[in-house]
Design a protein around this ligand. Structure first.
Ligand code: ZN
Ligand code: ZN
Length: 368
């Protein structure tokens, strides 16, 4: 945790900031270890100049003291954290003026109302400047301990799926499958799911983010299931498309195209190429097979404390992949009214390539 504060402070100092004000709950957690829902972390860009402060409310008095390492001075305030509460913990000095210099705030998760309250709290004594996603940028590179947590979440999610598949899919509704998956994930020890599972059979699979329906899965369908576990705060994310018997030729061919695209893009994961370049590997294969109009989302995204975080693997992914990133590789083909296919793996960017953290097979799987 101390190292994270230092890395962030370094970035802030390079941007000419004097203070950092981190307020997004997952950013606060990453920086301080505190897991409560309401807190602000304030730290000086110049280490050691002033104590770093973790400001929270009465409900979290004990928890903050227990979770935050000693570099953090815990302050409990009784009112609005990003407004009057902050002013209470971090009073504007009497000399007014530019006593605080510039304060970088967490711009990716702040509301317009919160920013207005913040401006009022500092009342002209500091220049507020957006951090431009600096914390998210640092979060994208995982420590070895974080990777192990994500790996454990992915393995748990695999085990939950195997348990579900052992009981079969045909005759169960999509909602029932989602519920069984959720209960298996929680019974196996996860606190919660990374997100509500997607279970989509037949033509419903053409909706990339389909909501499970009260409709039974039939024989001879493709069933796309996208699920993940949150274990120790860290998420997993995986998709498989299962076959409940023979499907028509068009769907089966699309499956093979997605599989080829997924494997080629996964093989391209390594430090160096940008998210756009890795996305292009899968996109080219899908385009060449005649499905250019049927892959309308990006190839993947970072995964960590949040299920969707930096970096982006898409046509908008300018940042190069770096060792320690954990990303998904999830091409798909969606044909409205007919079928959908997506195959998603969770990968660690290693020094010279990529390592898949989940382990379920990707070749066509027949399930009763
Ligand atoms: Zn997913
Ligand atoms: Zn995903």
């Amino acid at each position: 945790m101390g190292e994270r504060v230092e890395r962030l402070a370094e970035k802030a100092a390079a941007a000419g900031l004097d203070w950092l004000l981190v307020s997004a709950p997952l950013n606060v957690r990453w920086l301080t270890g505190f897991t409560g829902s309401n807190a602000v972390a304030l730290c000086p860009a110049e280490p050691g100049r002033n104590p770093a402060m973790l400001v929270t409310d009465f409900r979290y008095t004990e928890q903050a003291a227990a979770q935050a390492p000693s570099v953090w001075q815990v302050e409990i305030v009784r009112s609005d954290l990003l407004g009057a509460g902050l002013a209470e913990a971090f009073p504007v000095p009497d000399d007014g003026g530019s006593a605080y210099g510039s304060i970088g705030y967490d711009d990716t998760h702040i509301t317009v109302a919160q920013l207005a309250a913040l401006e009022k709290a500092f009342d002209g004594s500091a220049e507020l400047r957006p951090l431009n996603g600096s914390v998210e940028g640092l979060r994208a590179i995982k420590s070895a301990a974080e990777v192990e947590k994500i790996r454990a979440a992915a393995q748990l999610a695999d085990a939950a799926m195997l348990e579900l598949l052992a009981g079969g899919l045909i005759g169960r509704t999509e909602l029932e499958v989602a519920l069984l998956l959720e209960s298996a994930i929680r019974r196996l020890g996860a606190q919660e799911l990374s997100f509500s599972p997607i279970v989509a059979a037949g033509a419903h699979g053409a909706l990339p983010h389909a909501e499970p329906r009260d409709v039974a899965i039939k024989q001879g369908q493709m069933v796309t299931i996208d699920w993940g576990a949150r274990l120790d705060g860290y998420c997993s994310d995986c998709t498989r498309t299962y076959f409940t018997g023979e499907v028509d030729e068009a769907g089966a061919r699309a499956y093979d195209v997605v599989l080829e695209a997924q494997q080629a893009a996964a093989a391209a994961v390594r430090p160096g190429p940008t998210g756009r370049e890795v996305d292009a590997v899968a996109r080219q294969i899908i385009d060449d097979a005649g499905f250019a109009e049927n892959f309308g989302h990006g190839l993947g995204h970072g995964v960590g404390l949040d299920v969707h975080e930096a970096p982006r693997l898409s046509r908008h992914g300018d940042a190069p992949l770096e060792e320690g990133m954990v990303v998904t590789v999830e091409p798909g083909i969606y044909v409205a009214g007919s079928y959908g296919v997506r195959i998603e793996d969770l990968m660690l960017v290693t020094a010279d390539g990529g390592e898949t953290l989940n382990g379920l097979p990707k070749t066509r799987q027949l399930v009763d």
